[in-house]
Design a protein around this ligand. Structure first.
Ligand SMILES: C[S@@+](CC[C@H](N)C(=O)[O-])C[C@H]1O[C@@H](n2cnc3c(N)ncnc32)[C@H](O)[C@@H]1O
Length: 222
């Protein structure tokens, strides 16, 4: 696995010209500054289109507990905390520098008491976490999405939503663009994830062109 598998950049601004400009995340100035700096440093944080979608989902669902895999410097976790003032958030990051920065940023945003930032490998952490979570944002290494799915389903509350980011990968996973040889394994893993969530009887899944593709899966209340 190389860095690309998780450092995939959100291309929403260039990918959907004409639409992107209407996706304006309403966030406090301190979070705007953190995002601006993250973009300037080319840290792969969610672009406007993805962030607006995530914030809209979070605000509509009013989750009591949110789980995020892939914190980076904390921008998506902070945005969800901002629109869900009651929510407790668990967010997992394996890069120590990012983790430390995220903790500092949560402080700056005044949300530290509601955010449990965990430094560690997502796969290991989720095996020990206790559910349920009402919203899970899956944004860590793309190659691992399908491996995490059974455990994430267990952790998801009935009626809860699992949002997986970057699932269309420049059209590679959808078959619309040829996959570079170096990325075939990654595309295969994502395709496997999409097949798994689309055919799972317990999930209702919609794959949408937001950012570089989002798979939104709701756990059926059965
Ligand atoms: C796309 S970035 C997350 C962006 C963040 N969600 C945002 O929008 O602000 C992906 C992050 O996942 C982290 N990551 C990748 N694999 C991981 C793993 N196995 N466990 C924990 N974190 C991981 C990377 O270090 C990187 O910071």
């Amino acid at each position: 696995m190389d860095d690309f598998s998780y450092a995939h950049r959100d291309t929403s601004a260039s990918g959907s010209a004409g639409v992107a400009r209407f996706n304006v995340p309403h966030i406090p100035p301190e979070l705007q500054n953190i995002r601006r700096e993250a973009f300037a440093r080319e840290i792969p944080v969610a672009g406007d289109e993805t962030l607006c979608f995530l914030m809209a989902q979070a605000a509509a669902r009013r989750p009591a507990r949110i789980l995020e895999l892939g914190t980076a410097v904390g921008t998506s976790a902070a945005a969800m905390a901002y629109v869900c003032p009651q929510a407790q958030i668990v967010t997992v990051e394996r890069d120590e520098n990012f983790y430390r920065e995220a903790v500092k940023n949560f402080d700056i945003c005044g949300i530290s008491p509601r955010v449990n930032a965990i430094l560690g490998d997502a796969g290991e952490v989720i095996s020990k976490l206790e559910g349920p979570f009402d919203l899970i944002f899956l944004d860590s290494a793309k190659v691992q999405y399908v491996k995490y799915l059974p455990r994430l389903k267990e952790l998801l509350s009935s009626g809860g939503v699992l949002i997986a980011d970057d699932v269309l990968l420049f059209g590679w996973a959808s078959g619309e663009a040829e996959v570079p040889k170096k990325r075939r394994m990654l595309a295969l893993h994502i395709e496997e994830y999409l097949r798994a969530v689309s055919t799972d009887e317990q999930l209702i899944t919609s794959v949408i062109r937001v950012g570089d593709g989002i798979a939104l899966s709701v756990k059926r209340q059965i």
